[in-house]
Ligand binder design. Structure first.
Ligand code: TRP
Length: 447
């Protein structure tokens, strides 16, 4: 993203747009969050709900965000204001900005862990460990006082350095180069996992749904995960849409983004679950899951040190391409709505993320007993952002695109014929907002 067009930044090429959008979508959400959410919510049952959520709600919502962003050529607030001709939709903008800050805060903690695991890999400190060792190593690291905090701050510093320059051609180029490598490595790991003793059991856990496990709370988690993984519901894709040139086909872009994102999540599941059963881990280990299972897999591979270092490095890059999209959401709001310079907006973004990110980090350690509604600060941020703010943001975007914005604007933006446009609009007008609302209300016990 570099060229200026009518005063606003623009993505340079179509490939650049796809790289940035896929870069935002593919991240810890796919490789860290998806396996542990699936693991704690019944495996196959979760995957089934997830796929339905992606198809019925994810694709229409991402189309809506791209279309609104490109038609509005503004940040989330500006876009809502432009098409409603009022300030009545400001709440949806606030909610998006709040969610992006909360996600940036807890996300940076995990991104910091990837840095730590990268450094440990290159110093070969995982050699010769047993499954229990990986668990105790992770616990002792994540609950210690200083190292995780330093890692979070280091990550935020790198994110800051990128944001200060604007979203440079550098990061676009890095993601274009490194994302394909991440794919290749995941496939190599998949093949390796498929040859493990208990591969069958792992695959059955992931792909064979136990229908009795499909509950409203599993559905809500799948919905939250779908929105989280596609970076939708809080204006991130809207702001990226606003940087896309007029001649790009948004529906095609949305489909490619969704397809690649889902593929990476499923590949991550195929890597993790056979190993979980083979090495005797619990699939329900929560946020620690990937950090305990992956090193065990690397140790088995010839040249494990190199694989491991490379993998955590790529995971770090994937995290960075995601956090820059969260930061961009906030920064575009500050510069366009509040008249701040890019520099002060970036400083403010860093300041807030440092405070909240540090709180999230120490909620694994010295603040572990400090609970709100039975959740630590890290868990609370994740739960509130993913399972409350993203669904509400999704309802707002779909209602707005379906009912408030003129149909002709949507049609022109999406550039599709009636056969595709009609069902898409039905989804946006009725199916998406109603089903998100029902799942949401049911899971929080209101209906
Ligand atoms: N989608 C990213 C991931 O899977 C995370 C992310 C980036 C995000 N931007 C977002 C999540 C906006 C929600 C909203 O890792």
């Amino acid at each position: 993203m570099a060229k200026s067009h009518g005063g606003r930044a623009m993505f340079g090429s179509k490939f650049g747009v796809i790289a940035a959008a896929v870069g935002s979508a593919v991240g810890l959400g796919n490789i860290w969050r998806f396996p542990y959410e699936a693991g704690t919510h019944g495996g196959g049952a979760f995957l089934l709900c997830y796929i339905i959520a992606i198809l019925v709600l994810g694709i229409p919502t991402i189309c809506a965000e791209y279309a609104l962003g490109r038609a509005g050529r503004a940040n989330i607030f500006g876009t809502y204001r432009k098409f409603s001709n009022s300030n009545r939709w400001n709440w949806a903008g606030c909610l998006g900005i709040l969610a992006s800050i909360m996600i940036l805060s807890f996300y940076s903690v995990v991104a910091g862990w990837t840095l730590e695991y990268f450094f440990r890999s290159i110093s070969n400190s995982f050699a010769g460990m047993t499954a229990e060792d990986y668990h105790s190593e992770f616990v002792s690291f994540s609950t210690s006082n200083w190292r995780p905090l330093l890692c979070t701050l280091l990550f935020l510093g790198i994110n800051y350095a990128v944001m200060r320059r604007g979203v440079t051609a550098g990061i676009e180029r890095i993601s274009k180069l490194l994302m394909p490598i991440l794919f290749v490595i995941l496939i190599v790991f998949c093949i390796n996992s498929l040859m493990m003793d208990k591969a069958q059991e792992g695959l059955a856990f992931l792909f064979r749904p136990d229908f009795t496990q499909i509950t409203p709370s599993v559905m809500l988690s799948a919905l939250g995960q779908a929105f989280f993984s596609l970076s939708i519901g809080l204006g991130c894709m809207m702001i990226y849409g606003s940087y896309i040139k007029a001649d790009a086909n948004l529906t095609k872009m949305a489909t490619v983004t969704v397809a690649l994102d889902t593929l990476v999540a499923i590949l991550a599941g195929v890597v993790i679950f056979p190993a979980v059963f083979t090495f005797g881990f619990s699939p329900a280990a929560g946020p620690a899951l990937v950090f305990e299972v992956l090193p065990a897999i690397f140790n088995q591979l010839p040249g494990g040190v190199i694989w491991s270092a490379l993998f955590f490095l790529l995971l770090f890059v994937a995290s960075l391409t995601s956090t820059i999209s969260m930061s961009e959401d906030f920064i575009a709001y500050c510069t366009e709505e509040r008249g701040m310079s890019r520099r002060s907006a970036t400083n403010l973004n860093l300041g807030i993320a440092v405070v909240l990110g540090s709180l999230c980090t120490i909620s694994f350690g010295c603040l572990n007993d400090f609970k709100i509604f039975g959740l630590t600060i890290f868990e609370l941020f994740d739960y509130v952002a993913s399972n409350i703010l993203l669904p509400i943001g999704g309802i707002a975007v779909t209602i707005f695109a379906g009912w408030i914005v003129k149909k002709s604007v949507m049609k022109q933006q999406l550039g599709v014929s009636g056969i595709v446009f009609k069902p898409l609009m039905i989804c946006l007008r009725y199916i998406a907002p109603i089903s998100i609302l029902l799942v949401f209300l049911r899971s929080i016990g209101i209906i």
